[in-house]
Design a protein around this ligand. Structure first.
Ligand SMILES: *[C@@H]1O[C@H](CO)[C@@H](O)[C@H](O)[C@H]1NC(C)=O
Ligand SMILES: *[C@@H]1O[C@H](CO)[C@@H](O)[C@H](O)[C@H]1NC(C)=O
Ligand SMILES: *[C@@H]1O[C@H](CO)[C@@H](O)[C@H](O)[C@H]1NC(C)=O
Ligand SMILES: *[C@@H]1O[C@H](CO)[C@@H](O)[C@H](O)[C@H]1NC(C)=O
Length: 492
């Protein structure tokens, strides 16, 4: 579409969200400062530690699935602590004057919420080595009333039934184990940096509505991985991204690229033009990022699978979830897939360790094992290389990252849940404007190009070299410090 004369006069900027930088000072750079850190390392170190590492990954995913499925009302397992259920976190700044808050970056939930001052049952300490801060709305914030537009819109067009004059717009999120977060919505300034052209950064802000957590119910009080809240990149109109998009600050498109080898990464909002990605439609009206899986092949040979594998409804189908570490398959799919993967090694001794299949292997797994390919509607494929799906634990010990029916529920066992295991080392683009998701294999330590559709300007967004920053500031388990760059164009 040709830009209108007015539009073409608009300045094109990089918008950097919320600026984190808790650790070492950010390198002076025109591109990104929204840093996302990963809670778990991808690979275990020495044997013993490696076993504990696998167990930790498994526990993490169990908790997350309790929460993922909470939205679709299935019987659930998992501990359910909200901030234990994601992999990445960042620091955002809210208020005037601004204060920093550490939040989970989560594509599996919708709203931004932070623990509020005097919160009942909220964590006060975190094993992640960060200082927790409770948000005080009495500063520059204002409470959203239940009869206000935000509340009405997010309640399906009518005020909540309990709404009486002056009462706040409340939220309640129930997790897998029945524990919950309740609170109310407030509106306050989100602070971010705006970069126009190369190397020019200016502080800016937007008014957004988010949740103020007043009470954590159930077993949510203590956690090794406690954070101040969650930043949801789900699809709903109440998300931060939707609000910034509605205000004309950003397009409703975001992308991530997570490098598990070098630890680089990019998390960007904007229209990615390089690399190009092929896309598949999102299944409409789903809570999560559901896609239509069409087939699975191993080393080029298509697996014969029950047709129900490819159904799509709330309790079946395929979910793309970057907050899940591994990948989970229905029983029948898992067994057929593993048989094909180990077809060449009929006599290999395979041990079951905490639901993982583990085995001894010397030599290159990429030479010894087949590529697994998931095919989706629209001819989009997802190739998973042996070095991605086989975790090395100790010298010659490998474990398979695919797990059997990890959703722990009767119905959930029929779902395919694809997490970081298959999403890493790829640029993954969530184009919510066109309701598609796509990806391509990519070097996530390199750079991508993002285009301002209004002016046609194209900017390079670099991944950051993060290894020195975390190494001396952080406990070793916080391996990947990922850099997030938020791109946008300004309307005014
Ligand atoms: C928001 O940004 C505007 C324009 O830069 C500035 O004048 C204003 O003081 C900022 N407000 C806050 C609360 O930071
Ligand atoms: C999705 O939901 C909208 C609004 O409820 C409805 O109009 C539309 O038909 C639904 N689409 C599908 C494919 O179910
Ligand atoms: C990925 O990109 C980085 C930065 O450009 C480069 O140093 C590295 O060698 C690349 N890795 C591969 C495997 O090409
Ligand atoms: C990136 O980090 C590595 C490891 O600390 C270091 O050797 C390298 O020089 C760094 N590269 C740049 C461009 O800073």
């Amino acid at each position: 579409m040709a830009p209108s004369p007015r539009a073409s006069s608009l300045s094109c900027v990089l918008l950097i969200l919320a600026l984190s930088v808790a650790l070492a000072p950010a390198p002076a750079s025109a591109t990104g400062v929204f840093r996302v850190r990963r809670k778990f390392p991808r690979h275990g170190g020495v044997l013993g530690e490696a076993e504990e590492h696998l167990a930790a990954l498994r526990r993490h995913d169990g908790r997350r699935h309790g929460r993922l499925l909470g939205a679709v009302d299935l019987p659930l397992g998992g501990v359910g602590l909200p901030t234990e259920t994601g992999l990445y976190f960042t620091r955002i700044e809210i208020g005037a004057p601004p204060k920093g808050y550490y939040v989970q970056v989560d594509t599996g939930s919708d709203i931004l919420w932070v623990n509020c001052i005097r919160c009942d049952g909220c964590p006060t300490r975190s094993g992640l080595g960060i200082e927790l801060t409770q948000y005080d709305p009495a500063g520059s914030g204002s409470t959203v009333g239940c009869d206000q537009e935000f509340c009405v819109t997010n309640n399906g067009g009518v005020p909540p039934s309990t709404c009486s004059s002056e009462s706040p717009c409340q939220f309640r999120i129930t997790y897998g184990d029945g524990s919950s977060t309740t609170g109310f919505f407030v509106t306050d300034f989100l602070q971010y940096d705006q970069v126009s052209g190369n190397g020019q950064i200016a502080p800016s802000n937007a008014s957004i509505t988010f949740g103020c957590g007043a009470q954590l119910g159930g077993d949510l009080g203590s956690s090794n991985e406690a954070l101040d809240g969650i930043l949801g990149f789900g699809q709903s109109d109440s998300s931060m991204l939707s609000q910034l998009a509605a205000a004309g600050k950003v397009p409703k498109i975001f992308a991530h690229c997570l490098d598990t080898v070098n630890g680089g990464g990019i998390f960007a909002i904007g229209n990615v033009v390089q690399p190009k990605v092929q896309t598949t439609p999102l299944v409409p009206n789903m809570t999560h990022y559901n896609v239509n899986l069409k087939g699975i092949s191993v080393g080029g040979a298509t697996l014969q699978l029950p047709t129900s594998t490819f159904n799509t409804d709330e309790s079946k189908g395929t979910i793309i979830d970057s907050g899940t570490t591994l990948a989970y398959l229905p029983d029948s799919v898992y067994k057929t897939l593993m048989a094909a993967v180990f077809n060449k090694y009929q006599d290999m001794a395979i041990h079951n360790y905490q639901d993982f299949l583990c085995f001894q292997f010397s030599g290159s797994v990429d030479d010894g094992f087949p590529v697994i390919t998931f095919s989706f509607e629209g001819d989009l494929v997802l190739n998973v290389n042996p070095h991605d799906y086989l975790f090395q634990n100790g010298n010659d010990l490998y474990c398979v990252g695919f797990l059997n029916g990890g959703l722990q529920t009767k119905d959930g066992k029929d779902m395919v849940l694809l997490g970081d295991l298959v999403l890493s080392n790829k640029l993954v683009v969530y184009d919510l404007e066109n309701q598609v998701i796509g990806w391509t294999d990519y070097n996530c330590s390199s750079s991508i190009k993002i285009k301002d559709d209004k002016t046609g300007s194209v900017y390079t967004v670099d991944a950051h070299n993060i290894s020195t920053a975390w190494r001396f500031q952080w406990h070793e388990s916080l391996i990947l410090l990922l850099v997030t760059t938020i791109w946008s164009y300004l309307m005014f």
